[in-house]
Design a protein around this ligand. Structure first.
Ligand SMILES: C[S@@+](CC[C@H](N)C(=O)[O-])C[C@H]1O[C@@H](n2cnc3c(N)ncnc32)[C@H](O)[C@@H]1O
Length: 257
């Protein structure tokens, strides 16, 4: 194999991201609620016509996913939900690499957990990690309604413990996809553990990597500093190839070599 050779799926995924990255950079927002603000120069005003056009011409949301999104957006912490366009990108990538096993670090009401379960094969599995059972109980009836509850392995405990359990259970290099979207303090640990759990050619997606733009002034804020350090580390990490997308609050996609 040539020195710079890496799995076909990673190449395809990286190429497919080019177009998505541009659209994502311009979009910079979530569907139901603006979380971190959009640059004033962006033509994508909150719920504005261009953003709506993008969604009208790309979002193919499963009806139960839509139901969960609308239900969650009315919830007082609804802003924590992943955006529907970002989730669709993750599902498309998972489909492209024929993912069978996925990890969700930070479930909330389970929009992306359901989103992933819908694209996994019948014998696929999402290990869904959260500390809050109340949030997950909102989504669970809809996981059932969508007919994919059997693919979701919800574990209510700190995600670090669940990831360690998976490693102790000899599941290293058996997962295809991981989405990190929980407490920001632990992102580096989540990244390292997920990197061990993911197979070569697998993908780790990391949300909120721009931390509302505060990564530009990392000294101003502890989380911004940690996020900036992680961004620097992944940028130079020879174990992965990477794309950072300016979609919403920033999404890093690390493709394991
Ligand atoms: C931004 S929300 C996740 C959104 C979700 N990915 C979605 O599809 O909408 C963050 C979640 O991380 C969870 N969380 C916070 N600390 C955690 C920890 N130490 N371990 C696991 N989950 C945690 C919170 O309870 C919350 O539900």
């Amino acid at each position: 194999m040539p020195a710079f050779s890496f799995p076909k799926e990673a190449l395809i995924g990286t190429a497919a991201l080019g177009a998505v990255a541009v659209a994502g950079f311009l979009a910079g927002r979530r569907c139901s609620r603006l979380h971190f603000g959009t640059p004033k120069t962006s033509p994508f005003e909150k719920n504005g016509p261009l953003q709506q056009y993008v969604l009208n011409h790309s979002l193919r949301e499963h009806p139960v996913l839509k139901k969960l999104r609308l239900m969650t957006s009315k919830y007082h912490n609804g802003f924590m939900m992943v955006s529907c366009d970002e989730a669709q990108l993750l599902a498309n990538l998972a489909k492209l690499i024929r993912a069978k096993k996925a990890i969700e670090v930070g479930v909330f009401t389970g929009y992306n957990t359901l989103n992933m379960a819908l694209v996994l094969p019948e014998d696929g599995r999402v290990v869904a990690c959260d500390v809050n059972e109340e949030y997950a109980s909102i989504g669970r009836p809809l996981w059932k309604e969508a007919g994919v509850e059997h693919k979701i392995d919800l574990r209510i405990k700190p995600a670090i413990e669940t990831l360690d359990e998976l490693l102790a259970n000899d599941e290293a290099e058996t997962f295809d996809f991981a989405f990190i979207d929980a407490d920001k303090e632990s992102y580096d640990d989540y990244y390292e553990k997920c990197l061990r759990l993911i197979r070569k050619g697998g993908i780790i997606a990391i949300d909120n990597v721009l931390w509302g733009g505060r990564v530009l002034k990392p000294a101003s804020n502890d989380i911004a500093q940690k996020m900036h350090q992680l961004n620097e580390k992944i940028f130079h990490d020879p174990r992965v190839v990477v794309s950072m997308i300016g979609m919403w609050d920033g999404l890093t996609l690390a493709f394991k070599l």
